[in-house]
Write a protein that binds this ligand. Sequence first.
Ligand code: ZN
Length: 274
Amino acid sequence: MENITLDRCCIHTITTKPWALPEAVERYAAAGVKGISVWQNAIEGIGPHRAGELIRNAGLEIVSYVRGGFFPNTSSAGRAQAIDHNRKLLEEAAALGAPMIVLVCGASPDQSLETSRDQIREGIAAILPLAEKLGVKLAIEPLHPMYAADRSAINTMAQANDMAEYFKSPFVGVAVDVYHLWWDGDLEKEIARCGASGNLFAYHVCDWKVNTIDLLNDRGLMGEGCIDLKKIRGWVEATGFDGSCEVEIFSNIHWAKDQSLFLGEITNAFLKTV
Ligand code: ZN
């Protein structure tokens, strides 16, 4: 496996949440980072067209627009609303110039995980024609099982692979996020399966802190936790994947820091541990 360079480094805007988009773009570019994944909140007040121009003018590549999904709902009106919202997100992604949106698929604690998965399948089927028309790919992101109650009924690579393969479309694939998947004994096998079916669309990195204090906003910087990032990148690259390694960290601790210092820590950690 080759040593990584910042040419492979993409940062999610949420990682440096205190920065508005223009500052994030300027700082990432100055740090030598190549890519940016844009969270929806980052373009509020700017709009997707202007945000896209701003990013391209700085020489950054837009890797993904984050995030759609949340399809399951016990009411049909709620499910229809989710589909409408995802169509709007697809239009925004196209206007931004993002080639892909990430899907946090959703779940409802008021129904079974199987029912939620059926509704996720129906939701993706409903938005796929527009995704194909706009040329925006849909990346299903399996989430750690601690989120199975209300954030995602897709919790393993196997489940994400099953869902992606069902559609047999070059526009439906999987986003592999180490935070959610590092513990899975079948991960190597399922990453290989994902690559073999042409469905490995994205690779997200951060770390799992051993004494995590918040289930949502205490992700570790790469190297702060127990994930063997090089091993997993090896599995991902064995499939032929040579895309961005996307740094996605939600952390109250890191957001409280000077974000310029944090960005320096990110690029150092990226080069050393990813
Ligand atoms: Zn992710």
